[in-house]
Design a binder for this molecule. Structure first.
Ligand SMILES: [Zn+2]
Length: 437
């Protein structure tokens, strides 16, 4: 029997999401050892050998989406405290339940949410949560790509030192840029931890050559005490304390003005823009156009499923440009290809990954197939219209097949790596316990 070394996928359209926005119709993606070996138009494709297996998949192939900011195990808390003001939502609905969570709860919450993301075409998520070992283990089993940033938070049964020791151990065990898991450092926020601990965690991230992930300027009031004390904006305070001296992923960044944005652009600060969560919690509208204009890398995040409540990043793909256009009163703000780039290539860069997020030679084969038979994808009279359909009509319903590092994890809309019925039952039962009912 011939040993298969290469897998050739032939599609009606290949949308690469590379910097040139290359589209090939019909197109081909060749995969070898979990990486993209060749991509281009069918007529230019190199000859195959006897060790190549061909799949005529039809439809549209594009890179998997990147969820740049998430607390996926909060699937256990989806819908809880809906409609409460933010502070009451946190203190009365979220934290009491999170205080009861076990590592097994988190494992099931992550497994269930990871399956939901894979099914909607999200191949990578950047997670900020506790019980980090359980999150890593769950993602390794679902087959998803994971950037794990264990969160240091003031309400914790570990002290600061223990957090740091655990973090370094996790990094040593699981940080594997060539594989599917990388590890970063997360400081919940300056308003929760104070400035010095955040600066110390930033230093730790720099010493490990990894990303510091934090919540920044989500609401207008959250940092009022610090801002009064220092007489400056929270962004300027963090900058002055060296927090932006290394790679930073700042979730939200809603309440940043032009001079804050300049400080972010000066350092390597990327933003995880979470428009649906910001709208649901009434936090505000992040200055997406200004951030991009200043050269800040921006990706999209769903935020936790308790504040969204979906993990379907296609909603951010549509809503982020809609919101930016409403804010700017300008229909040209954020194009269809720009919103797709933020959900893919730029999202990957934001979370510190440079070999996923686009279908390019050498990148990991993180790829999804989108069904083109749906009415919202008709008609197509030019490639631009197809990109517009993806941006405005893209949805989890259209994703039929998903590969991560060349391994197919969703087939015909069904996740192959998770017993979804069992996960659903587990999450339902555990959520009841956490609710005390
Ligand atoms: Zn968050």
């Amino acid at each position: 029997m011939t040993q298969i070394h290469q897998h050739r996928f032939i599609a009606e359209v290949v949308v690469t999401c590379d910097t040139e926005n290359s589209v090939y119709a019909p197109g081909i993606v060749d995969i070898e050892d979990g990486r993209i070996h060749w991509v281009g138009s069918k007529e230019d494709a190199p000859d195959t050998s006897s060790t190549t297996k061909e799949y005529d998949v039809g439809g549209l192939l594009m890179p998997g989406l990147v969820n740049a900011h998430c607390h996926t195990p909060m699937t256990l808390l989806r819908g809880v405290g809906d409609g409460l003001p933010l502070q009451r939502w946190l203190t009365e609905a979220m934290w009491p339940r999170e205080g009861l969570m076990t590592s097994e709860d988190v494992w099931w919450g992550m497994t269930f949410g990871s399956a939901e993301m894979l099914q909607s075409g999200v191949t990578t998520s950047c997670e900020m949560y506790l019980f980090e070992e359980a999150v890593v283990d769950a993602a390794q089993q679902t087959g998803a790509r994971l950037v794990m940033t264990p969160v240091v938070i003031s309400e914790s049964n570990r002290n600061f030192k223990e957090h740091i020791t655990d973090l370094i151990h996790l990094y040593e065990r699981h940080h594997d840029p060539a594989g599917r898991t990388t590890v970063g450092v997360a400081a919940h926020s300056a308003y929760d931890l104070g400035i010095d601990p955040v600066a110390e965690l930033a230093g730790l991230a720099r010493s490990l050559d990894t990303t510091l992930h934090l919540h920044l300027a989500e609401t207008q009031e959250e940092s009022a005490d610090l801002e009064r004390k220092f007489g400056q904006s929270i962004t300027r305070i963090l900058y002055d304390n060296g927090v932006f001296d290394g790679r930073v992923l700042a979730a939200h960044s809603v309440w940043v003005d032009r001079s804050d944005i300049e400080l972010m652009a000066e350092g390597e600060v990327a933003v995880a823009h979470c428009p649906v969560s910001n709208m649901k919690l009434g936090a505000g509208i992040a200055p997406l156009v200004d951030l991009r204009a200043a050269g800040v890398t921006v990706g999209y995040g769903t935020d936790g499923p308790a504040s969204n409540d979906s993990l379907d990043l296609w909603e951010e793909v549509k809503i982020a440009p809609l919101l930016a256009r409403v804010k700017a009163l300008e229909s040209t703000a954020i194009t269809a290809s720009e919103t797709l780039a933020m959900a893919t290539r730029e999202g990957a860069a934001a979370v510190g990954l440079h070999d996923t997020g686009s279908l390019e030679v050498g990148n990991a084969a993180d790829m999804i197939r989108v069904d083109l038979e749906q009415s919202t994808f008709v008609p197509v009279t030019s490639p631009d219209e197809l990109i517009a359909h993806l941006a405005w009509s893209g949805s989890n319903r259209l994703v039929t097949d998903v590969w991560v590092a060349g391994k197919q994890v969703v087939v015909g809309g069904e996740v192959q790596t998770v017993d979804t019925e069992r996960a659903r039952a587990q999450v339902q039962e555990r959520a009841r316990r956490l609710a005390g009912s």
